[in-house]
Design a protein around this ligand. Structure first.
Ligand code: TYM
Length: 336
């Protein structure tokens, strides 16, 4: 029996942080041998907010190296760059013409990001989820492993697929497959170190708010030392009055590989002074192997180029098949 397919992506903006890793990439890596995998670098999405052309290509390579350093195995995974496959932008255009504007105006991430941009909001920022739907539907994955914040974009993707099938397919022969989000119970929403009610984010202006995968041990020590806590003694999960406590215990649990029951028992009587060094050491040792692999990989540009070239070839083929089916359903003539 052929394996089910998964697809997901990360934008090459800012540094990859623990939220990206625990919410998404960790799942890609741990389940890569069970699925047929497509993971890409969402560089078309990266220009929906003002960007620096001087760093876009470099950030794309860095992210590819990080995918490999986190443990993606290119022998089992198609890794590619979104802008190398023109079908993403082309399908996004076709979907634009069947997507009601008010579906996009409802998107939470658009509203949040638009607020930050003020007068400068581009059509691309509004249209971002349509491009995301194209990214996904081109490859017909069964599952899309993402963090909690992408749930609404996945629902929109499903709605676009269903609408397209309804308008241009028949119930027995749908043109697009409707994917499911794959959101893990733990790590799906890693919160900021400076405010346990806000998600950890690449765009937070404060470096102190996040732990990046490439932070040095000293940076991690400093960030954990200064992170927000509360005045209560004894640490516990799931207390809505103590969002920082829940978040930091979750980071400890996931980085140390322990169960929730183990961490609950270990930390029940601890104060922050005792817990913080434990968390620090656990984070440093969890990130150390990723950082060591990254340091070696980033020296070897040709290896990353080979992975991305092979990825492009495989992805291109899969993408072209879906694009052709969509264009055919819309009534386009085939080029002679
Ligand atoms: P991006 O680059 O913002 O984030 C990449 C992945 O990391 C997850 N994530 C988090 N998970 C837990 N806690 C957090 N604090 C946290 N912050 C981020 C995100 O949910 C995501 O899985 N729109 C996407 C990129 C994209 C995409 C796609 C994803 C473009 N096309 C198609 C899947 C399928 C984004 O901006 O992710």
């Amino acid at each position: 029996m052929s394996k089910q397919r998964v697809l997901s992506g990360v934008q090459p903006t800012g540094s990859l942080h623990l939220g990206n890793y625990l919410g998404a990439i960790r799942t890609w890596v741990s389940e890569q041998y069970e699925y047929e995998n497509y993971f890409f670098i969402a560089d078309l999405h990266a220009i929906t907010v003002p960007h620096d052309p001087k760093t876009l290509a470099k950030n794309t390579y860095t992210l590819a190296a990080l995918y490999l350093a986190c443990g993606l195995d290119p022998a089992h995974t198609t890794i590619f760059v979104q802008s190398h496959i023109p079908a993403h932008a082309e399908l996004a255009w076709l979907f634009n013409c069947i997507t009601p504007l008010n579906w996009l105006e409802r998107m939470i991430q658009f509203k949040e990001k638009a607020l930050k941009q003020g007068e400068n909001v581009s059509i691309g920022l509004l249209d971002y989820p349509v491009l995301q739907a194209a990214d996904i539907l081109l490859y017909r994955p069964q599952y899309v492993p993402v963090g909690e914040d992408q749930k609404q974009h996945l629902e929109l993707t499903r709605d676009i697929a269903a609408r397209f099938n309804f308008q241009y397919g028949t119930p027995d022969a749908p043109i697009l497959s409707v994917p499911e989000p794959l959101i893990r119970a733990e790590g799906a929403r890693v919160m900021s170190l400076t405010d346990g009610t806000k998600k950890m984010s690449k765009s937070d202006p404060s470096e102190q708010s996040r732990i990046n995968l490439l932070d040095s041990p000293d940076e991690i020590r400093q960030k954990v030392k200064r992170c927000k806590t509360d005045p209560v003694r004894g640490l516990s999960f799931d207390d809505p009055e103590r969002p920082e406590c829940h978040n930091l215990l979750t980071l400890y649990m996931l980085s140390s590989g322990q169960t929730k029951a183990d961490v609950t028992a270990e930390c029940a009587d601890m104060g922050w002074g005792q817990f913080k060094p434990l968390l620090t050491e656990s984070l440093i040792s969890a990130l150390q192997p990723i950082q060591a692999r990254y340091a070696a990989l980033i020296q070897d540009r040709s290896q990353i180029e080979t992975v991305l070239r092979q990825g492009r070839e495989t992805a291109e083929q899969a993408a072209q098949e879906t694009l052709a089916a969509v264009k055919n359903a819309l009534g386009y003539s085939t080029p002679l």
